[in-house]
Write a protein that binds this ligand. Structure first.
Ligand code: DC
Length: 226
């Protein structure tokens, strides 16, 4: 990977998607939401023939999962084949079933290669890549590695505000229970060595974006200063 990489991990509701998107805009970088691919695969299991959960470990996903995502922070879309899934992958049905897909080791191996390929195809000077295992597994050599957290209370509140269709019980399933399930596979609650912690519990959106941009500027290794 030759571009400048900013790797951001964090739990559900930490604000990492909207923060990563804004940081990418401010730096003129691409923005890669890696959770979208896990969500799109969970959607495929629910909607497409030939995508049984039990078959995923032996499936040739490189050949059969026709996944495309935009890295443009101002024009975000997600597709599988001819299906535009930009909205469909945000439903409660997908959020509640995605952990079962994400815990399959063969799926994770596929996703790691997919993420690296998408980054390497970008022609922008850098990419902000966000997910759960970016700082530790996918891009441990990224120039900047950040774990973005917030207290559980704050994360539940933020997610409830986003999901008009969801009940309190459903939001809890989509945030706390999903994190508990996901963190059995990768630890995204404690920063690995070399990963900087940003706790956004007491920060608003703009303050969180500034905190991340400051860390990147402080690193002294942005493209301009290289
Ligand atoms: O960030 P998100 O909520 O859209 O992610 C959806 C799911 O994908 C999440 O439950 C865990 C999984 N995921 C993962 O295991 N590794 C990543 N790098 C990104 C997401």
């Amino acid at each position: 990977m030759s571009q400048f990489l900013v790797a951001i991990d964090g739990p559900a509701g930490s604000g990492k998607s909207s923060v990563s998107k804004q940081v990418a805009r401010e730096l003129g970088f691409g923005y890669l939401d890696t959770g979208a691919a896990y969500r799109a695969l969970a959607w495929a299991v629910q909607h497409l023939e030939d995508f049984e959960l039990e078959q995923l470990p032996s499936k040739d996903l490189v050949a059969e999962f026709d996944y495309q995502i935009s890295l443009n922070p101002d024009d975000y879309w997600v597709r599988v084949g001819e299906n535009d899934l930009t909205a469909a992958i945000r439903t409660s049905a997908v959020a509640e079933s995605v952990s079962a897909v994400a815990r399959i080791p063969e799926v994770r191996t596929f996703m790691k290669a997919l993420t690296r390929k998408l980054v390497s195809e970008s022609t922008l000077p850098g990419v902000v890549v966000e997910g759960r295992d970016i700082t530790t597994v996918v891009a441990p050599d990224a120039e900047i590695k950040i774990l973005l957290t917030a207290s559980e209370e704050v994360r539940l509140k933020r997610r409830s505000a986003e999901l008009s269709e969801a009940t309190a019980a459903s939001v809890k399933r989509q945030v706390s229970e999903r994190d508990a399930s996901d963190s059995k596979v990768v630890d995204f609650m404690t920063p690995a060595p070399g990963v900087q912690l940003v706790d956004s519990s007491d920060l608003n959106f703009e303050q969180t974006v500034s905190a991340v941009v400051s860390l990147i500027e402080q690193s002294g290794s942005t493209k301009e200063s290289k």
